[in-house]
Write a protein that binds this ligand. Structure first.
Ligand SMILES: Cc1cc2nc3c(=O)[nH]c(=O)nc-3n(C[C@H](O)[C@H](O)[C@H](O)COP(=O)(O)OP(=O)(O)OC[C@H]3O[C@@H](n4cnc5c(N)ncnc54)[C@H](O)[C@@H]3O)c2cc1C
Length: 393
């Protein structure tokens, strides 16, 4: 099928999952005249367990798509990140300004995800809630997918799996390998006692290889999450783990009161998912369904949006779906490679306090170094660019 054909004969597309990846893809495809149906298992859009930090490159992407004013309206900027070592050394760092004043955003996921759904609906996509996809079958002859839900079935020319890091489609088709991981995330919103004035996120590396991420979502509240070993939960209640973390840090004690059992703490596990298929056979995986390592570097939302925009760019540019999917797969793999290596390196690092100490010493030598370091985390620099800049600073 040529590009002309794709333009003249809109595709029937089913997208599974109305997270950022699925909804942005739905919007971009509906905008191009394709018939898009999104199947979402939840009753409505919810506020997901998430640090709610959109990295600077994610902000840039929304700007490129002309969506920043609408999707980012009312959310506060983040100008950098405070890094805190297990020895409580504090390194404030600011996103390096490469092309302009780079900034991240503190989101509210319910509002952000809902805005994306509304945009897709406005362009004609059909968002069907309370549809749980239970099986999918590819008809080799017709080159079409049959998608079965708990309610009804759908046929489509292109199936997009944007169903998150525990991708049902990935499991059904044996494309996903949910890696065995002993990590869990504890998440809550905490009222803050003090304001440091500047709008910075915080990343505290803790002694036991756990880490704690803080996102000042508004003047009074902080989005607070701890990623730790699941075994800790065998002997401690979640609020005890959070209180012990607060007790171990002067900075956190200044910011927060100890929490009580009344604080709502949500726990998520299975943080890893790998997918080697990515795209082909009239099927594409987007966002976490295409692979997710750990929330440490806070770039899952950006990756979700980027994968959607890469796929649609490939569909726009190529003569036919097979070529488009092949290009998307190639680009996605190249992008993931450096970031995956970096994320694995960080995972290795935070479990070794001695090494963390050395890195902290290195970063402390010059503020520029710390800025370039979070430039890598914020996707402003590629890992290789960032490392070179840190060594030169
Ligand atoms: C503790 C934690 C903190 C995080 N913090 C950050 C952060 O600060 N910044 C950041 O950028 N990222 C963060 N992330 C990652 C981020 O939340 C994800 O990367 C992002 O939500 C991925 O978007 P997505 O659209 O791929 O998937 P999702 O947002 O997970 O959406 C998938 C959708 O598919 C639906 N679905 C699943 N199965 C089915 C089915 N069978 N049928 C129909 N529908 C289905 C789900 O209900 C869901 O709505 C964090 C993650 C965790 C766990």
């Amino acid at each position: 099928m040529s590009v002309e054909n794709l333009k003249n004969n809109p595709l029937n597309i089913v997208i599974v999952g109305a997270g950022p990846a699925g909804s942005l893809a739905a919007y971009l495809l509906a905008l191009r005249g394709h018939k898009v149906q999104v199947l979402e298992r939840k009753k409505s859009i919810e506020r997901k367990v998430c640090g709610e930090y959109l990295c600077p490159k994610g902000v840039d992407l929304l700007e490129e798509l002309n969506l920043l004013n609408h999707l980012g309206a009312g959310f506060s900027p983040l100008h950098g990140m405070v890094l805190v070592s297990p020895e409580n050394e504090v390194i404030p760092s600011y996103f390096p300004h490469v092309h302009k004043k780079e900034k991240g955003l503190s989101l509210n996921r319910e509002i952000f995800d809902q805005r994306l759904v509304d945009l897709a609906t406005m362009k004609g996509a059909d968002i069907l809630f309370e549809r749980i996809v239970t099986s999918v079958v590819f008809d080799q002859e017709k080159r079409q997918w049959a998608v079965h839900t708990d309610k009804e079935s759908f046929e489509c020319d292109l199936l997009i799996a944007a169903d998150g890091r525990q991708s049902k489609i990935g499991h059904l088709l044996k494309h996903s390998r949910e890696a065995i991981t002993d990590r869990v995330a504890l998440h809550c919103y905490l009222p803050r006692k003090t304001h440091h004035g500047l709008r910075l996120g915080e990343m505290h590396i803790l002694e036991n290889g756990s880490y704690c991420g803080l996102d000042p979502i508004d003047d009074d509240h902080v989005n607070f999450s701890i990623v730790c070993n699941a075994s800790l939960l065998k002997n401690h209640r979640p609020e005890e783990i959070i209180n012990q973390t607060i007790a171990g840090s002067k900075r956190l004690q200044e910011m927060f009161d100890f929490i009580t059992r009344k604080t709502e703490i949500r726990i998520v596990s299975s943080l890893k998912n790998s997918n080697s298929f990515i795209a082909g056979d009239h099927l594409a995986y987007l966002g976490d369904a295409a692979g997710f390592i750990d929330p440490l570097t806070g770039e899952g939302i950006y990756n979700a949006l980027l994968s959607a925009s890469l796929l649609i760019e490939s569909i726009d540019k190529n003569h036919g779906l097979d070529l488009a999917l092949a290009e998307y797969k190639r680009k996605k793999k190249i992008l993931s490679l450096q970031k995956n290596m970096l994320n694995h390196f960080f995972q290795f690092l935070i479990r070794r306090p001695l090494l963390v100490g050395l890195v902290v010493k290195f970063l402390n030598k010059s503020p520029e170094r710390a800025n370039h370091f979070i430039g890598i985390i914020g996707n402003i620099h590629t890992p290789i660019q960032g490392i070179i800049k840190m060594l030169r600073a």
